[in-house]
Design a protein around this ligand. Structure first.
Ligand SMILES: [Zn+2]
Length: 202
């Protein structure tokens, strides 16, 4: 799998000069403390790091952005600004709902994620292992038709899985008491308990 190979390659690159952003191979030309991030808040991506922090949202991951580096991208002399860890590992902006599935470029749909986990997530076409901690987005339980919703799952329902767009809210004919449920647009118009879904607050 692509990402595993890349990760092994990265692990084997420990002897590389430290002033390169790992994985990206960008040459660092200037560094700034992370406290200077507010100077760049006109860019949405930096605003996201300012408001949501620079730690990878994956619970088990210890990658935290601690500095801003300005880099030169090899060959084309293009410049780029990247948030990196102490040892120059890049933090990236993750779209909670992928752009390919209609996710928007807005603050509520963005979260900090290290490069490794972001790649792992985008390689996961089945969506099985997408784990969004509930604490990483502002949750709303006020579900309406047309909303994009997430299903709560995992131990203690503390993780979210993108589910889809609500097509109707009505009594579920398959439920013994006809509980009001939500129906999701899709092949099977699947039914879900209203209490098991949430949406991102505006
Ligand atoms: Zn991570």
């Amino acid at each position: 799998m692509f990402i595993i190979e890349k990760f092994e390659e990265y692990n084997n690159k420990e002897t590389k000069p430290s002033k390169f952003v790992k994985m990206f191979n960008y040459k660092v030309i200037q560094e700034e403390p992370i406290e200077n991030l507010h100077l760049y808040k006109h860019k949405l991506k930096n605003m996201m790091f300012l408001t949501k922090g620079t730690k990878c949202v994956v619970d088990s991951c210890d990658k935290v952005g601690t500095k801003i580096v300005h880099c030169e991208i090899e060959h084309n002399k293009k410049h780029s600004m990247v948030i990196v860890t102490d040892d120059y590992y890049p933090l990236t902006v993750d779209h909670i709902m992928p752009k390919s599935k209609g996710g928007l470029d807005e603050l509520s749909n963005l979260q900090p994620m290290c490069y490794y986990h972001n790649q792992l997530k985008s390689n996961d076409t089945e969506g099985v292992n997408i784990t969004i901690p509930m604490t990483s987005i502002d949750i709303s339980y006020d579900i309406e038709v047309g909303d994009f919703v997430y299903k709560k799952y995992g131990r203690g329902n503390h993780l979210l899985r993108p589910l889809g767009v609500v097509s109707s809210i009505e009594p579920n004919p398959h439920h013994p008491n006809g509980n009001i449920s939500i129906k999701i647009v899709g092949n099977d118009n699947s039914w879900h308990s209203r209490s098991s879904v949430v949406k991102a607050a505006k």
